[in-house]
Design a protein around this ligand. Structure first.
Ligand SMILES: [Zn+2]
Ligand SMILES: [Zn+2]
Length: 794
């Protein structure tokens, strides 16, 4: 009896451009199977023939032993008629039909390539652009799909005979590695001045010399230009800061290896994994007090952003220089520079020399930023190494969705089926360059993943450029999504859950459904609906946007709110700003140019200004970050807040018993109907009063800052307890930029768990506005499923 069977096997996921076919080829030959493997627009297909037991092993190995860059979503098999093939082969690509395969993210130089880089006998010895199917540029060089050399920025380089032989050899590590190249045929380094004139000598040696001399080098990397200086050189770091203008954000540091990272910072096991992962993000780490890094790198910060080399060029450079500051090359608010001529023009006043090369960057992509929390990765900025990997949605979308994100730290998302392709970091949509990056990025993603959105989700803020962009899209149905609902939905989607949850959304500013500015919100939410149960008490934001840039204004507003017209005049913040107090008081009282806000971010700003940390900031959240830095980690006391009577809370008899709710089913719509009166205002001003009293009593700022943080955490937990009593919901999702504050997050999670809550946190998308687009997708999808999407609702 013939026991041979033949199967048609399909592999879906990130399986192209990652060495998957050679892997299948080798595996099939090892098992003695015959047939062939190929790429098509759906992914990888295999026809394999052999004994059933071996085919079963083969299928298991396809997902379990896949190459490092592959992400296998699904392996399916159907039995077909045996054909009696005698060998196993690799079939040629087929690029017809609908695109469904995934472009992989850029990946750090692999161990095999590193070994070649350091091997004097190898033909790619010290070649700054070597790569293979397991590593190298992907997303940043892809111009279109299918992923094939002519559709990358490597198209202009014709392979030499040696490279071509490797490229066509199924047994070679470089089989169909589209960016394959060598010194004979690939890109070249060159060092130029700002006019583009090539400087004589070895580009790498001269760059190393320039850095040793304290120079500033514009360095063309994987996703754009960086500005580099010697991290230990105080003058160089200070000059870089000065030339970048009013820029006070900490600079990231690239360390040559993990040992160097440990010399600068505390690195635990999980943090080491993050540093060394092929995504190579910037990892925010606690710095050693005596770390040999110039003060101007991260002034006054307890942490440093550290990354390890991720291109061969970085490896060569860092081995010769030691730790370098490597910061995105841009002027303050513009996106990262990525085209050579534009980079030279924009950076002419900043960089002394330009180390560049002739491999084009098609999609500019900043470095990703992460931190570790309880052994879990928390994304701070999701970009290089992550984009364009999809976030998998719990349920398939009825129709394709584009979500336009928010305004600050913008990302967008195009989604189809269960794949949500969250974009790389775009930036603050405040200038032409960023807006162009946004619109071109959307076009690119729609083409790359063959997604023509029927539904477009946007923020409710009418003035956001992302909202205006949505309004101009034709032949789509618009879905307006409230900012803080999007935050909570994003956290749910990030955890593969659908609610209902109690959502605590604390951030800077977001447009509310009542036309006021929200930002300290307690919501009952699922993926379709939400109800605002409580919020921080509103105060005036005198001067509107100016109050964001000048936290002392929020301090005055909070003080007026707490003390009426007689705040304690001996407070430094009032004395320092005396000349403007009268005008500001009139503004707050009259409500002219003083919108009301419940923002938690602005509350932190106010307390920072009261403690004298700073009256003005150069970027959003700066004062709050300094307040966190100041706080004494050992201090456990907290300022109490007396919650008002719960008369205004929804009555529990009006709501279903949550135990009776089937798991992960949406609450009935009635729960979201506002039948329990207006949301409860939370008297957060009591925290401000406590801060003022302790400050005037001579308490140390470190202790006050800590007790304030602990007080906010305690307030959140106690209020959630109250909301659990009235809603029966015992899960809390935390989202919003304020939860980037690690002290607050630590204390809040602890307090909630003490009260018996299960707590959901972000992981793969940021808790800040960079995660908004994922929430918008989840909400638009859910509303579409319920038939609630229509042009009228937009
Ligand atoms: Zn490699
Ligand atoms: Zn070559």
């Amino acid at each position: 009896m013939d026991d041979r069977v033949r199967e048609h096997i399909r592999v879906a996921g990130v399986v192209q451009g990652v060495g998957f076919r050679p892997f299948v080829y080798t595996l099939a030959r090892e098992l003695g199977l015959t047939g062939f493997v190929g790429n098509d627009v759906h992914g990888v297909f295999v026809f394999a023939e052999g004994p059933p037991s071996l085919l079963a092993r083969f299928r298991t190995a396809l997902s379990e032993q896949a190459p490092p860059l592959a992400v296998v979503d699904e392996v399916t098999a159907t039995a077909v008629e045996p054909r009696g093939d005698e060998t196993f082969e690799i079939a040629l690509s087929d690029s017809s039909g609908q695109r469904a395969t995934l472009v992989s993210a850029d990946s750090a130089t692999c161990v095999d390539c590193l070994a070649e880089l350091g091997d004097p006998g190898d033909r790619r010895y010290r070649y700054p652009f070597l790569n293979c199917t397991n590593c190298g540029p992907r997303f940043t060089i892809v111009t279109d799909v299918p992923y094939d050399r002519p559709l990358t920025t490597m198209a202009r380089f014709e392979m030499c005979a040696d490279c071509a032989a490797e490229y066509h050899d199924p047994a070679d590590r470089r089989f169909h590695a589209q960016p394959v190249c060598c010194p004979a045929c690939g890109p070249e380094l060159r060092l130029t001045d700002s006019t583009g004139t090539v400087l004589p000598g070895d580009p790498l040696d001269r760059t190393v010399a320039a850095l040793r001399d304290g120079g500033i080098v514009a360095l063309k990397g994987l996703g754009g230009y960086h500005l580099a200086v010697d991290a230990a050189n105080p003058d160089a770091a200070a000059t870089l800061r000065k030339r970048k203008h009013r820029e006070e954000k900490p600079f990231a540091v690239m360390a040559p290896d993990t040992a160097w990272a440990r010399a600068l910072c505390e690195v635990d096991e999980h943090e080491r994994e993050l540093l060394e992962s092929r995504r190579r993000p910037i990892v925010l780490l606690d710095r050693h007090a005596d770390a040999s890094v110039a003060e101007a790198v991260a002034p006054g910060n307890r942490q440093l952003g550290i990354m390890l080399p991720y291109t061969p060029l970085h490896h060569l450079l860092l081995a010769a220089t030691g730790p370098l500051v490597l910061t995105s090359a841009n002027l303050s608010d513009e996106p990262i520079a990525y085209r050579d001529a534009a980079a030279r023009e924009r950076l002419a006043e900043i960089a002394d020399v330009f180390l560049c090369h002739d491999r084009g960057i098609h999609m500019r992509t900043d470095d990703s930023v992460v931190r570790s929390f309880e052994g879990r990765e928390l994304s701070v900025r999701r970009s290089r190494g992550r984009a364009p990997e999809p976030v998998r949605l719990r349920r398939e979308l009825p129709r394709p969705v584009l979500a336009c994100g928010a305004e600050l730290k913008n990302t967008f998302c195009v989604a189809k089926g269960a794949n949500a392709f969250v974009s790389h970091h775009i930036g603050d949509l405040e200038n032409y360059e960023t807006l162009r990056s946004f619109t071109e990025g959307i076009e690119h993603f729609e083409r790359l993943f063959d997604i023509a959105p029927d539904v477009v989700a946007h923020d409710l803020h009418p003035e956001y450029l992302s909202t205006k962009y949505a309004a101009e899209r034709e032949n789509v149905e618009l879905v307006g999504v409230q900012h803080h609902h999007a935050h909570i939905a994003s956290c749910l989607a990030d955890n593969g859950e659908s609610g209902p949850v109690l959502g605590v959304a604390f951030d800077g500013l977001g447009f509310g459904t009542d036309g006021t500015i929200w930002g300290g919100e307690f919501l009952l939410a699922d993926l379709a609906d939400f109800r605002r149960l409580a919020h921080l008490e509103q105060v005036a934001m005198p001067g509107g946007d100016r109050a964001v840039k000048q936290p002392w204004r929020m301090a005055v507003s909070q003080l007026l709110s707490c003390y009426g017209t007689e705040p304690p005049g001996e407070l430094g913040v009032l004395r320092r700003n005396e000349p403007q107090l009268a005008a500001l008081t009139r503004m707050c009282e009259g409500g002219v140019n003083a919108p009301r806000t419940s923002s938690a971010g602005r509350l932190f700003d106010a307390v920072a200004a009261i403690l004298g940390l700073r009256d003005a900031v150069s970027y959003e959240g700066q004062a709050a970050i300094e307040l966190e830095q100041l706080a004494d980690r050992e201090e456990r006391g907290h300022y109490p807040v007396a919650l008002p009577a719960s008369g205004t809370l929804p009555k529990s008899d009006a709501l279903p018993d949550s135990d009776a709710l089937p798991d992960s089913e949406a609450l009935p719509d009635s729960v979201f109907i506002d039948d329990g009166g207006p949301p409860l205002p939370v008297p957060a001003g009591q925290l401000v009063r406590a801060v003022v009293e302790e400050l005037l009593g001579g308490q140390r700022g470190e202790v006050i800052a800590a007790r304030f943080h602990n007080g906010v955490a305690e307030l959140i937990a106690r209020l959630c307890q109250r909301l659990r009593d009235s809603t029966g919901v015992g899960e809390v999702a935390l989202s919003g930029g304020v939860f980037q504050n690690m002290l607050l997050l630590r204390r809040t999670v602890d307090a909630l768990r003490r009260h018996g809550f299960r707590v959901l946190l972000h992981s793969s998308v940021p808790t800040n506005d960079g995660g908004i687009c994922l929430g918008q997708v989840a909400i638009a999808g859910e509303r579409d499923r319920r038939g609630e999407c229509s042009p009228e609702l937009g």
